[in-house]
Design a protein around this ligand. Structure first.
Ligand code: JDE
Length: 261
């Protein structure tokens, strides 16, 4: 069972997402367990203050160290009494990049994983000093807090736990796990606003379908993420399919990403 605790000032940013769809079912099946805990419950003052202004001045608020460290102590005691070990995760733009391999590693984790969600402009540095948590970044941008990254870590790892997805093949075949992008998919009806379905997919010819899909995956990867192709050793089949694409003059598509161009 994959086990997460999320420590957050905003449990309502996290809990409702876990109560939907595949993550909900994974918990019902006993394959995933997530406890969302409110950091405000670990404040000691009457007004339950969890943030404060930075020493030295400057804009914005910081999360106070003590409520977080009290929550950490409570979790440590809880884990100790049940003989569990803890892996501390800290979503942050300063962290190591979260990748599919990283998700795979979390999916195999036997320890309890506690995700500390920072907020505001950051967290008092003494939390890092006391805990040396594993900082993990879900991308090179700044968010308002660690709650969305926490959900990203849980979602990306939970779906890799055997039994969470219906069809185990869908995990193996898809993008990144075999470092090619996906081939195009079609479902009924056969014609949508005048657009048909590639003939081969209706043929029932399994080997032809497999080759078409492989070729389309190579085409899509070549056009959108050529970096993924450069780093891999091609099988002779992939080499042949790529050669076919080249001699067909693989039709290029303009790529527009973010605000560039
Ligand atoms: C995680 N990619 C982005 C943000 C933060 C200035 C403003 C805010 C120390 O904890 C945090 C956590 C977060 C939320 O996570 C992300 C993120 N992967 O934004 C800050 C830091 N500097 C601090």
């Amino acid at each position: 069972m994959l086990r997460f605790d999320v420590l957050t000032l905003f449990p309502e940013m996290v809990a409702p997402v876990l109560a939907q769809s595949i993550l909900k079912r994974a918990q019902e099946k006993g394959l995933l367990s997530v406890q969302v805990r409110n950091l405000r419950d670990f404040t000691t003052d009457r007004h339950k203050v969890a943030d404060d202004i930075p020493y030295g001045g400057g804009a914005g608020m910081l999360m106070k160290a003590e409520p977080i460290l009290r929550a950490v102590d409570a979790l440590r005691e809880e884990a100790q009494s049940s003989g569990e070990e803890i892996r501390w995760l800290f979503p942050s733009p300063h962290g190591c990049p979260f990748t599919q391999d990283y998700a795979q590693q979390l999916a195999r984790e036997r320890r309890r994983m506690v995700i500390l969600c920072g907020h505001y402009e950051g967290v008092d540095e003494r939390v890092r000093m006391a805990l040396s948590p594993e900082e993990v970044s879900v991308g090179d941008y700044v968010l308002t807090g660690g709650e969305l990254p926490a959900l990203v870590l849980i979602d990306a790892s939970a779906r890799l736990v055997p039994g969470v997805l219906g069809d185990p093949e869908s995990v193996v075949e898809e993008s990144f796990s075999n470092s090619l992008l996906e081939y195009p998919h079609y479902t009924r009806p056969a014609v949508v606003r005048g657009m048909g379905v590639p003939e081969v997919l209706l043929s029932g010819h399994h080997e032809a379908i497999r080759l078409w899909r492989r070729k389309q995956a190579l085409r899509s990867t070549y056009l959108r993420r050529p970096d993924l192709l450069r780093d891999r050793v091609l099988t002779s089949e992939d080499q042949r399919l790529l050669n076919e694409l080249m001699s067909e003059g693989v039709s290029t598509m303009p790529m527009r990403c973010g605000e560039e161009g």
